[in-house]
Design a protein around this ligand. Structure first.
Ligand SMILES: Cc1cc2nc3c(=O)[nH]c(=O)nc-3n(C[C@H](O)[C@H](O)[C@H](O)COP(=O)(O)OP(=O)(O)OC[C@H]3O[C@@H](n4cnc5c(N)ncnc54)[C@H](O)[C@@H]3O)c2cc1C
Length: 425
């Protein structure tokens, strides 16, 4: 492969583009939006007078592909790792507070100590999570985890955040790799890692710098709206009013969202349903240089608050019940919870911004997980990427990075045009 066209400059596309560029491949990156980052982006908000992200993003120290990506692009210093791992929680209904501090070893013996568990939970309830490790592919997470305080204060927040799907319908088996790669490797692998100043500074801008330094052509605001597919491969792509011819030694990674990929690659169907995430950003008084922090909430509407100087940002995953409410109503609902969690007294509602991502991820049910698409396609030189590709992981940054790198490896190896493993009904 001498030249690689990457379509989509989200994290999957950036992972593919930077992996190829560092191997000496000429890269052309096509992005429909005026900025890179996709679902992981930052912007200056004039009303708040702050730079904000579309939504809070948490990665874990055990996300090894993300860590390697950050090292490759030089973004690691823009992420803050909370070490040793600590997850403070507040129950908004009762006012109880606790902090989960995972132990160092791979076996979670720390959960045997009642003082280290969420208050009121029993070891047996938390131990039900072991069932996620060998859950069948048709089971929903909540059916494995049961109910009770252990579910409400531990498993529900964890599964909802990771799968962005109500645990009552979320695919239990998708939690397995997450638990094995993070919590089952002990404290060093389950530290929260969050952007210091913003997602763009850590995950996007350094990747674009690397690409520019390697001579890549970066085409922002250039939508790819068609591929000329022939039996022996991709002849051309159409973008921004141009027809760009491809040679047999060119490759294409389509790192677009599923509904766009389904338009560009005819014999594939996009996932049927998506799950929303709602974020609420509140401008707090500037000042101080405290490192970014997070707090989990149960018993209210808000699920997590991420804090950095001058900003408190609420996240609600699987937010079907909230996503259609007006922004003012959401802000008025979240603000008392933020005040309570952060001990802000009776501070009046500050300037806020509500961001609703209606298609934050596919709805990760057992049926949807069974229909994820592979990296390969039946066209020589065309591979697929995106968090929703079948990486074995839930649709997350880690999955996006792995999918992009897998697409480049697939193209580098070459794919026979008659390889029917790539076909999907
Ligand atoms: C609010 C929110 C919170 C989240 N929180 C977390 C979290 O805490 N932890 C975590 O790991 N993950 C989280 N995620 C998921 C994470 O953001 C995604 O998994 C990841 O960003 C997906 O990257 P991607 O490259 O696969 O897709 P996208 O980011 O969707 O990238 C696709 C790109 O393709 C571009 N494009 C579309 N059509 C075309 C076209 N025709 N031509 C050219 N370009 C095109 C799009 O503009 C976009 O830039 C969250 C997502 C959201 C929305």
């Amino acid at each position: 492969m001498t030249r690689l066209h990457v379509v989509g400059a989200g994290i999957a596309g950036l992972a593919a583009a930077t992996a190829a560029a560092t191997r000496g491949v000429r890269v052309v990156l096509w992005e429909a939006a005026p900025q890179a980052g996709g679902r992981c982006r930052s912007f200056d908000d004039a009303r708040l007078g702050r730079r904000i992200d579309n939504g809070n993003h948490l990665v874990l120290s055990g996300n090894r592909a993300t860590a390697a990506y950050l090292d490759r692009i030089g973004g690691r210093g823009e992420m803050h790792e909370i070490a040793p791992a600590a997850y403070p929680f507040v129950d908004l209904a009762t006012g109880e507070r606790w902090t989960l501090r995972p132990g160092r070893g791979p076996v979670p013996l720390w959960l045997a100590d009642p003082a280290r568990r969420p208050p009121g939970t029993r070891l047996g309830e938390l131990g039900r999570g072991l069932g996620l490790l060998w859950a069948g592919r048709r089971r929903a997470a909540a059916a494995v985890l049961g109910d009770g305080t252990g579910y409400a204060r531990f498993w529900d927040p964890l599964v909802t955040a990771v799968l962005n799907t109500d645990p009552a319908e979320a695919a239990a088996h998708l939690m397995r790799p997450v638990l094995l790669e993070t919590f089952a490797r002990g404290e060093p692998a389950c530290r929260p890692v969050i952007a210091r100043t913003g997602l763009d500074d850590a995950l996007v801008a350094p990747a674009l710098r690397l690409l520019r330094d390697r001579g890549a052509e970066i085409r922002l605001g250039a939508r790819v709206d068609g591929l000329d597919l022939a039996d022996d491969g991709v002849r051309a792509l159409h973008a921004a009013g141009e027809r760009v011819e491809l040679t047999p030694s060119d490759g294409i990674v389509l790192a677009t969202p599923p509904w766009i990929t389904a338009e560009l690659v005819p014999d594939h169907a996009a996932p049927a349903a998506y799950s929303p995430i709602v974020n609420a950003h509140f401008a707090l008084a500037e000042g101080g240089a405290a490192p970014p922090a997070l707090v989990g909430l149960v018993g209210g509407a808000a699920q997590w608050i991420f804090r950095r100087p001058g900003l408190a940002s609420v996240t609600v995953s699987a937010a079907d019940a909230l996503v259609d409410l007006p922004a003012d109503e959401l802000a008025r609902r979240f603000w008392p919870e933020v005040r309570r969690a952060l001990d802000l007294g009776d501070a009046p509602l500050p300037a806020f911004r509500i961001i609703k991502e209606k298609r934050a991820t596919p709805r990760q049910t057992p049926a949807a997980a069974a229909r994820r698409w592979p990296t390969r396609t039946r066209w020589r030189g065309l591979a697929l990427a995106g968090d929703w590709i079948d990486t074995g992981l839930p649709a997350t940054i880690e999955s996006a990075v792995r999918s992009g790198e897998a697409a480049v490896r697939t193209l580098a190896r070459g794919v026979a045009p008659d390889d029917t493993t790539a076909r999907i009904a």
